[in-house]
Design a protein around this ligand. Structure first.
Ligand SMILES: Nc1nc2c(c(=O)[nH]1)N[C@H]1C(S)=C(S)[C@@H](COP(=O)(O)O)O[C@H]1N2
Ligand SMILES: [Mo]
Length: 223
């Protein structure tokens, strides 16, 4: 579905199914991960195509209208337009995707800027400890600042040398490869630096607050 981002999030069948999986602990294997020996995290299987997963809204945001708001507990809050974003230091980064629904995809070539360079630009205040990503489809996801800043994390505008397609989050998305892919927000609109955590869309629907695939952090612990 195309939209410009103001619609309520649809209560889709897939969303309801994924909430049920969280309640049931679906796909948990209880096996131990050995990241150095095994490239595939526990309970994952390899795919060669690239599935599209989201809430069902594919917001249309042209590069002309695109703005990125960098807000919250930072010394230099900023609003970037596309030219300003493209003026930032450019990086290539290859990484594997691990989706909580159990597919993994190796060797994705992203181009964009590293989150480390983004942190240099905004200069987070000492008390900033969390990051919330806000997207044009109303999606949010939360990260610890260290996970946002991790090696390999990139604010990507291209994949395999081509502009990121709309269905995969173009014009720009986050990629945080050491966590399950739900932490990698598509159609990014705002990056909010916070002193306190604020669980996002899936994190309040039974998914783990951190989402480390090597520890199978798929779902939050039942109360
Ligand atoms: N804005 C936004 N970002 C999102 C989502 C979403 O619904 N909206 N879904 C997440 C989930 S659950 C996954 S698995 C990946 C899927 O990315 P892909 O469609 O490029 O494979 O996007 C993540 N980022
Ligand atoms: Mo996902």
């Amino acid at each position: 579905m195309a939209s410009d981002g103001d619609e309520p999030i649809p209560d889709s069948k897939l969303t309801r199914t994924k909430e049920r999986w969280a309640r049931e602990g679906r796909f948990l294997t209880g096996r131990d991960a050995r990241p150095d020996a095994d490239r595939l995290p526990p309970g994952q299987h390899l795919v060669r195509d690239w599935p599209v997963l989201d809430l069902g809204l594919h917001p249309t945001v042209s590069q002309e209208r695109w703005r990125l708001h960098l807000t919250g507990a930072v010394d230099n809050p900023q609003i970037w337009d596309w030219a300003r974003f493209m003026d930032q230091p450019q990086t290539q980064a290859r990484s594997d995707i691990h989706c909580v629904t159990t597919w993994s995809r190796y060797d994705n070539d992203w181009q964009g800027m590293t989150t480390a360079d983004l942190l240099v630009a905004v200069s987070p205040r000492a008390e900033a400890r969390f990051v919330v990503l806000h997207s044009h489809d109303g999606y949010t996801t939360n990260l610890m600042l260290e996970d946002f800043a991790a090696e390999g994390a990139i604010l990507a505008h291209s994949w395999s040398g081509k502009p990121l397609s709309q269905e995969h989050g173009g014009p720009a998305r986050l990629v945080v490869p050491h966590l399950y892919f739900w932490k990698s927000a598509k159609w990014i609109e705002r990056i909010e630096f916070r002193t306190a955590d604020d669980p996002g869309f899936w994190e309040v629907r039974g998914y783990h607050n951190r989402g480390d695939p090597w520890n199978e952090e798929r779902y939050s612990e039942p109360e």
